[in-house]
Design a binder for this molecule. Structure first.
Ligand SMILES: [Fe+2]
Length: 434
C-alpha cells in the first residue's frame, strides 16, 4: 500500500514537468569540444594547449596512470611549448569528494588557470568538479544539480584513457559522497571540455574486464539516449553510429587490446554515445546503476552492463520500434523483419554480448534486504531526471533488481559474440584503474 501511495505521489505532475524539461534540453545550446583523434593525439593536445598561454595547468589523473608514464607525450609537449604544469594524481574510482577537495586546494595553491583531465571517467568528472568549484569558490556538494554557481570553470582539456564514460564531451560530472554512500551528479553546459584527445595508444594496456565494462557503459549511453523521450535527430544519429561501432569493435578490442583500429573506433563510439546522451539523457539502467555504485561500489560500467538486459526487457513493450531499429543498426537483424522478431534479436544480442565479454548475469554484491531501498532511490532518480520510455514503479524496479540477485548456480560464461564467433580474451595485461 505504501508503495502504491508513493508511486501515485511520484507520478502526479511529473510528466508535464519532464516534458517541459525535454523542450529546454532540446533547445539548450551545448558546446562541443574540439576532438583530436588518432595515435599521438595526446601529444598534439599538449602542443595545442601550449598556444593558449596558460600560466599553469593542473593535470588531474590517478596514481596508476602516473606510474605507467602514459602522460609522458602530453607533458613533454607541454614542456616543449613552455607551459608549466603540476600533477595531481590522487583520484580513485568514483571520484570521492575528499579527493576533489584536495584537487581544489592544489589548483588554488599553485595558482592554476587551466585543467587537463587525464584518465577514465572518475578522473574527468573530478576535474570538472574541481574546475567549477574553484571558479565559484563553492564546495562540490553545493554544485550538485543543474547550473549551480555563477561562473564557468577555467578551460578544461580531456584525455580519456578508457572508452566508455564519454565524459570528455558531456555536461555531467558524477562524484561520490562517501559519508552518505551516494553518487552525486553535477550538470552544467559550462563543464564540457574545450578540447579532447582520443588517443588509442593510451588504451592498449587496458585489461579485458575494463574494456568490457567501459564499452558496455558506452553502449548503455547510446541505447538509453535513443529509446528515451528526449531524443533528437542529432542524438539519434550519434547513438546509432555508436551502437554500430560498438557491436563491430568492442569484441575485437576485448580480444586483442593492442588492435589500434578497434581501440580508436571504441574511443570515437564512446564520444558519439556521450554526445547522444548529453543531449537526450540516460534512463532506467543508469538510475539503478548509480544506486549499485553508491551502495556496493560496483564499477559503473559493470553495473550498467548487468542491468541493461533486464531493463530493456522491461522497456520493450513501450520501445518496440526503437529497439527494432537498434537491431538493424547493430547488425543482428534485417530491415523488413517483423518488429517483434527484431526486438527479440536485439535483446538477445545484448545478453550474448555480455556473455561473450565475460560479464556476469548476476551482481554478487546485491542483497535481497537492500532491494526496497535501492529501488526507491532508483525510481526517484529516474522520475526526477530521465525521459524513460517506460516508467518503473517501485514493484517493477524491485522485480528488475531481483532478476540479477546472485544465483547459487555457477555464473554462465558463454563465449560467442553476437556475430557468432568464438572468442577468448587476450592474456593478462598490466592492471590499470578505469
Ligand atoms: Fe554511464
Amino acid at each position: 500500500m505504501d508503495n502504491l501511495i508513493t508511486d501515485m505521489v511520484r507520478s502526479f505532475g511529473l510528466p508535464p514537468l519532464k516534458r517541459a524539461a525535454g523542450v529546454v534540453t532540446r533547445l539548450l545550446p551545448i558546446p562541443q569540444p574540439l576532438l583530436l583523434v588518432g595515435p599521438g593525439a595526446s601529444a598534439r593536445l599538449g602542443e595545442a594547449i601550449g598556444e593558449f598561454g596558460h600560466r599553469k595547468v593542473l593535470i588531474v589523473t590517478d596514481a596508476v596512470i602516473a606510474k605507467l608514464g602514459l602522460m609522458q607525450p602530453l607533458t613533454a609537449a607541454l614542456a616543449a611549448g613552455g607551459t608549466r604544469f603540476v600533477v595531481f594524481d590522487g583520484i580513485t574510482p568514483d571520484a570521492p569528494i575528499p579527493e576533489v577537495e584536495q584537487g581544489i586546494a592544489l589548483f588554488k595553491r599553485k595558482k592554476c588557470d587551466a585543467i587537463v583531465a587525464f584518465g577514465g571517467g572518475s578522473v574527468m568528472d573530478a576535474a570538472k568538479a574541481i574546475g567549477l568549484a574553484t571558479a565559484n569558490d563553492m564546495h562540490p556538494r553545493e554544485l550538485v544539480g543543474y547550473f549551480k554557481g555563477w561562473h564557468g570553470p577555467a578551460p578544461i582539456y580531456a584525455v580519456p584513457t578508457t572508452s566508455g564514460t564519454g565524459s570528455e564531451v558531456t555536461v555531467a560530472a558524477v562524484i561520490s559522497d562517501p559519508e552518505h554512500a551516494a553518487k552525486l551528479v553535477i550538470a552544467d553546459t559550462r563543464i564540457v571540455p574545450d578540447m579532447a584527445a582520443l588517443d588509442p595508444t593510451l588504451m592498449t594496456g587496458l585489461p579485458p574486464a575494463i574494456t568490457a565494462a567501459t564499452g558496455m557503459d558506452a553502449l548503455t549511453h547510446a541505447v538509453e539516449a535513443y529509446i528515451g523521450g528526449w531524443s533528437t535527430p542529432y542524438s539519434d544519429r550519434m547513438a546509432l553510429a555508436a551502437v554500430r561501432m560498438i557491436y563491430r569493435h568492442l569484441p575485437i578490442a576485448w580480444r586483442d587490446g593492442n588492435d589500434l583500429e578497434a581501440r580508436e573506433k571504441m574511443a570515437l563510439a564512446a564520444a558519439f554515445a556521450g554526445l547522444a546522451f548529453t543531449r537526450a539523457n540516460v534512463g532506467n539502467v543508469h538510475a539503478i546503476a548509480h544506486q549499485l555504485g553508491g551502495r556496493y561500489h560496483t564499477p559503473h560500467g559493470l553495473a550498467n552492463a548487468i542491468m541493461l538486459p533486464p531493463v530493456l526487457r522491461f522497456c520493450a513493450p513501450d520501445a518496440g520500434a526503437k529497439l527494432a531499429a537498434l537491431a538493424v543498426h547493430a547488425g543482428v537483424g534485417e530491415d523488413g523483419q517483423p518488429e517483434g522478431v527484431l526486438v527479440r534479436k536485439f535483446l538477445k544480442s545484448v545478453e550474448t554480448m555480455n556473455a561473450a565479454l565475460g560479464i556476469p548475469r548476476h551482481l554478487d554484491a546485491l542483497r535481497e534486504a537492500d532491494i526496497p531501498d535501492l529501488a526507491r532511490a532508483a525510481c526517484w532518480e529516474a522520475d526526477t531526471n530521465y525521459p524513460v520510455p517506460r516508467r518503473m514503479t517501485q514493484r517493477d524496479c524491485e522485480k528488475i533488481l531481483r532478476a540479477v540477485l546472485p544465483s547459487k548456480a555457477a555464473p554462465k560464461r558463454a563465449v560467442r559474440t553476437p556475430g557468432g564467433r568464438t572468442t577468448k580474451p587476450a592474456g593478462k595485461r598490466r592492471k590499470r584503474l578505469p
